[in-house]
Write a protein that binds this ligand. Structure first.
Ligand code: GLY
Length: 583
């Protein structure tokens, strides 16, 4: 007892002078984006200015993942007020969109129409979000934070092997758009890694945004070129689609839970993301189990069963809250989760009903995490959906458009490119935001703050759950440091198809056999998936860590504000106890 009291007093005392991080940190999917964020912090910017710089730089150097022609969710923590808020810069369906726009004359879904070319593109939200974040939360003018991206677009950068691999995969879609082919291909060929890529038209569009803010993209010359290009290519945008676009500030989803490492609070993305709701549902479903103490096969089985149930609800209930009544309170109630688990059996998988759905590798989207020395935080997940989005660039803009319209349910029960099904809640309607899996997330206890997220299509939410379990000690096999958590093996279930997709080495042969005996069908992903970017602030130890997923080419940096902090990778010794959650 005495020991406990001393520990409590010590922790309390160290918090008192550790309420500000000793260092800033940035983890992004590309070294040039990390450098852009670092430059802006050095120039006196805060985490929000750095987030603008990183988002814009990623739009230039990772055109296969995100961009001005796409959207995303920026989860912010404002240290001065303690407020968490999500800037929803998700794309919207054009006002001329119709529920059946991707069906043929026989009512059959034609996937190519919602994936390739300008008909697949929602109205972008990223430029509006950057202008909004700079104006509302930044310390520097938008124009200052856009400088690194403008220089990267104008002067060029050497493309990486991921670019070449993904451009090869999307070559036909890119080649169908002359402006995209001129920007991203070398003649007919995909450029080799190391080739210098200059994007002067994108630099000009960024300059318009820098000079005129929101209206520099959604009005004037840029808007005119965007709409003219989309319509000439067979799309349905009008000038008023762009003029009407606004970001929405939304209250995040939050919940408290207990882990061997203390009492934690989860803060994550609300609808139109399905991430926060699904994460809270899964935590509630795990509640009452001594998750950390379970045998590995039992823990994996339990996780798979919670994933299955959360994704079933995703398909039925989740959509744009401005258009449909998403029953968030009910879905995130612990009693509802208990009901979902009533038919759970530790010795047997609960089958998902047919129809089987297609499966896709999640190669799109990007995530970054930032902490500044005031304690401001950003977790942002951004997307243009498929690699290189729709493959379409409206001439004269340099803006690669998304194919986020595929995230709608084009027909109830018919899977999208990620094998996800949906119902009326996620049906297409004019101006509606399509449902997303992007899950930028904070978890925090008295002792720690962790900022995390990842790309990966439908698998984003389960990767964030796995990262969260690792970071809180609920998965004691994952190791004790940020680098261990982003590297840990992954597995995923999404209700349909009824199979567990695993990374090659994520589960031991014994665990795989045990799961198969319980009735699970296992399949191995073609390649490792995800690209988690994580920042950790250990308040009591006055340490900051940052880690970029070794599966990607990203870079994490800790920028010391005071004498050097050491990065610890020691393994935790978790105590065991049942997981408890509260709304
Ligand atoms: N386009 C991927 C997502 O929003 O979930």
């Amino acid at each position: 007892m005495a020991l406990c009291l001393v520990a409590a007093l010590c922790v309390g005392a160290s918090h008192a002078h550790a309420s500000r991080p000793p260092a800033a940190a940035i983890a992004t999917a590309h070294p040039l984006a990390t450098a852009a964020g670092k430059d802006i912090l050095s120039a006196g910017g805060n985490a929000f200015d750095a987030a603008v710089a990183v988002s814009a730089a990623l739009a230039v150097v990772e055109p296969y993942s995100s961009g001005l022609g796409g959207g995303g969710f920026w989860l912010l923590h404002v240290a001065a007020s303690g407020r968490d808020v999500m800037v929803d810069g998700r794309e919207r369906a054009p006002l001329a969109a119709t529920a059946d726009m991707y069906l043929d004359a026989d009512g059959e879904f034609v996937p190519a129409r919602s994936l390739n070319g300008p008909l697949a593109a929602g109205i972008p939200g990223a430029p509006a979000a950057l202008a909004h974040i700079a104006e509302r939360y930044g310390r520097l003018p938008l124009a200052a934070s856009l400088v690194p991206a403008i220089e990267l677009a104008r002067d060029g950068f050497e493309i990486d092997p991921v670019y070449t691999r993904l451009a090869r995969w999307r070559r036909d879609a890119i080649a169908a758009s002359p402006a995209a082919a001129a920007q991203f291909l070398a003649g007919d060929a995909v450029p080799a890694p190391g080739t210098r890529l200059r994007q002067p038209e994108l630099a000009t569009t960024l300059l318009h945004l820098a000079r005129d803010g929101h209206d520099g993209f959604y009005g004037g010359e840029v808007a005119r070129l965007l709409v003219a290009g989309v319509r000439a290519g067979g799309g349905i945008w009008r000038l008023r689609d762009l003029a009407q676009y606004r970001v929405v500030e939304r209250a995040p989803i939050s919940a408290r839970f207990e882990a061997p490492t203390g009492r934690w609070r989860l803060v994550s993305a609300p609808p139109p993301s399905s991430g926060g709701v699904a994460l809270v549902q899964m935590l509630h479903m795990l509640s009452g189990f001594d998750v950390a103490a379970l045998a590995p096969a039992d823990r994996a089985h339990l996780l798979i069963e919670t994933m299955r149930r959360a994704y079933r609800d995703r398909a039925e209930f989740l959509g744009d809250p401005d258009y449909v009544d998403v029953p968030v309170a009910r879905l995130t109630d612990p009693r509802y989760a208990a009901g979902l688990m009533r038919n759970f059996r530790m010795d047997r998988a609960t089958p998902s009903p047919p129809p089987e759905a297609v499966r896709a590798e999640g190669a799109d989207t990007t995530h970054f995490s930032i902490l500044d020395t005031d304690g401001n935080r950003v977790a942002a997940t951004l997307s243009i959906n498929y690699p290189f989005g729709s493959g379409f660039v409206p001439p004269g803009t340099g803006v690669l458009l998304n194919d986020e319209m595929d995230d709608f349910a084009a027909r109830p029960g018919v899977p999208n490119a990620y094998g996800l099904i949906g119902g009326d809640a996620n049906a297409i309607a004019p101006g509606k935001r399509m449902l997303s899996s992007m899950s930028p997330t904070f978890i925090e206890s008295d002792a720690e703050v962790v900022i995390l997220g990842t790309p990966g299509g439908s698998r984003i939410i389960t990767m964030v759950l796995e990262g969260l379990l690792a970071a809180t000690g609920l998965d004691p096999t994952a190791g004790g440091g940020a680098r261990d958590w982003v590297a840990a093996g992954r597995f995923h279930h999404q209700y349909l198809p009824d199979e567990v997709v695993t990374e090659p080495d994520a589960l031991s042969p014994a665990v795989r056999r045990s799961l198969e005996r319980r009735g699970h069908r296992l399949s191995t992903a073609g390649r490792p998936y995800g690209n988690m970017q994580l920042v950790r602030w250990r308040r009591a130890q006055r340490q900051v860590e940052a880690a970029s997923d070794p599966r990607g080419i990203g870079a994490a940096t800790v920028i010391e504000a005071a004498p050097a902090a050491t990065v610890s990778n020691h393994r935790r010794q978790p105590q065991t106890q049942p997981l408890r959650t509260t709304p």
